[in-house]
Design a protein around this ligand. Structure first.
Ligand code: ADP
Length: 431
């Protein structure tokens, strides 16, 4: 403003000087010319300012006279605001990224329980699509009646366990609702399917172990009670011997179950088996010798065993896997059946131990469950032949610890082929 007044004053002085020399008309003319120049310059400056406003993020144009003093502080404030907005955006982005990275699902709802935002995990848990479902009621999205009941409570001290069916798969979700801000809601979802499965497996396992041990224990205590209640000398030597043999059989059964359970727990708790090169042919020949005794010459054995192949691993574990597959073949193959034991290297460098039998075979629906603990196709037959129902579970663990694969091919009534396939990295050949 002062600059403008000074400029007008200067033009007035020039006009007055000019008037004193060339007369008043010339003086007024010069003054008018000066004012016109000032108006033109102002107009030009305004048009530059107008052009700058379109790109307000750039610095204001230089030398724009009196506007310099106005635009410089505006621009400084603008820059400051912009920096604050950028910092704020970065902060919000960081929070959003953190929310996206949460292992739990997070959903925000407004006061009317309409969806405002959700992270990727929540989308996967509930099958949400933020673009489609935004501003839709959570009750239309999560249509389970138990959720509606839960959400309508006044407070949510404990989460709700829900079972959803997504793409044909049952999913267990823990859903926790909380109030935040000015009446908005936060829904946190956690996938507990695996936890629930583990818990079921643990419960089943305890029930199975108890069941498996209860039968021999009942038989054993029954015999002991009978012996205890009988008057002295009322039992012949032969009867006593028979009772003792039966009790011994039950005790051995329990011993076998406990031994297998201990083996399984050792396998589960120890790290992957590195070990030393183990000459598998020696283990296979020992297992075959014991197998022949178990068979009592009732089966035909065919051997096809490479002598020089070694597997890097733990000898006792490998011996147990080799013998488990062979004993099973003997136990589940009727008299005169053929059992073929092979140990060879494949073209791709894998080493394969396989036991093929012409036995009772296994129906296709049972095959995937054979390596579950205590799973037996025919409980009676397994027990009658001294099985614990844990042999294949142990074999599978041994395989996993040696990076090997246990494959099962079988047809009901037409025999089975069990193979342990070791990767080339575990295989070596001796001279
Ligand atoms: P078990 O002690 O009962 O033999 P396993 O874990 O070794 O326990 O085997 C589980 C089940 O798999 C057996 O009960 C049996 O039904 C089936 N099975 C295993 N091997 C064979 C085989 N060679 N032929 C037929 N069935 C088999």
């Amino acid at each position: 403003m002062i600059k403008t007044i000074i400029s007008i004053g200067l033009w007035a002085i020039f006009g007055w000087i000019c008037a004193s020399w060339l007369g008043s008309n010339a003086g007024w003319g010069l003054f008018a010319f000066g004012l016109s120049c000032m108006i033109l310059v102002s107009g030009w400056q305004l048009s530059r300012i107008q052009a700058w406003i379109k790109n307000i993020n750039d610095p204001p144009p230089p030398s724009i006279g009196p506007w310099d003093d106005i635009l410089a502080p505006i621009y400084r404030q603008l820059r400051k605001n912009q920096q604050e907005i950028t910092a704020l955006n970065r902060h919000v982005d960081g929070i959003m990224l953190a929310a996206e990275a949460l292992p739990d699902g997070a959903i925000t709802l407004d006061e009317s329980m309409l969806l405002t935002w959700c992270n990727q995990t929540a989308s996967e848990h509930i099958g949400l699509d933020l673009h489609v479902d935004r501003n839709h009621s959570i009750f239309n999205i999560l249509r389970a009646p138990e959720f509606a009941r839960y959400a309508r409570q006044n407070s949510w001290p404990v989460p709700l366990l829900m079972h959803l069916n997504k793409d044909g798969q049952e999913k267990a979700l823990l859903v926790q609702l909380t109030r935040y801000g000015l009446g908005q809601f936060l829904v946190v979802t956690r996938d507990v399917t695996q936890v629930e499965k583990l818990e079921t497996t643990r419960k089943d396992f305890v029930a199975n172990v108890s069941h498996e041990l209860r039968t021999p224990l009942t038989v054993l205590s029954g015999f002991l009670e009978t012996l205890h209640d009988m008057p002295e000398g009322s039992l012949s030597g032969e009867q006593r011997q028979r009772y003792q043999a039966m009790m011994l059989e039950q005790a051995q059964r329990m011993q076998a179950i406990v031994a297998d359970l201990l083996t399984l727990s050792t396998l589960e708790s120890s790290p992957n088996a590195e070990g030393e090169p183990v000459r598998m042919s020696a283990l296979i020949h020992t297992a075959l010798q014991q197998g022949r005794v178990l068979s009592g010459d009732q089966h035909v054995f065919v051997e096809n065993v490479a002598d020089d192949l070694c597997v890097n691993g733990i000898e006792t574990e490998l011996a147990s896997a080799v013998s488990n597959l062979l004993t099973n073949a003997i136990r589940y193959t009727p008299k005169d059946g053929t059992i073929t034991v092979s140990w060879y290297i494949t073209e791709s460098g894998q080493a394969c131990y396989s036991v093929q039998d012409t036995g009772i075979g296994i129906a296709s629906q049972d095959i995937p469950r054979l390596t579950e603990r205590f799973y037996r196709v025919d409980r009676g037959r397994s027990r009658a032949t001294g099985g614990t129902g844990l042999g294949l579970a142990i074999t599978k663990h041994v395989a996993m610890r040696h990076n090997a694969e246990l494959t099962i091919h079988s047809r009901f009534g037409a025999g089975s082929l069990f193979s342990l396939i070791f990767p080339p990295s575990r295989v070596s050949q001796t001279d």
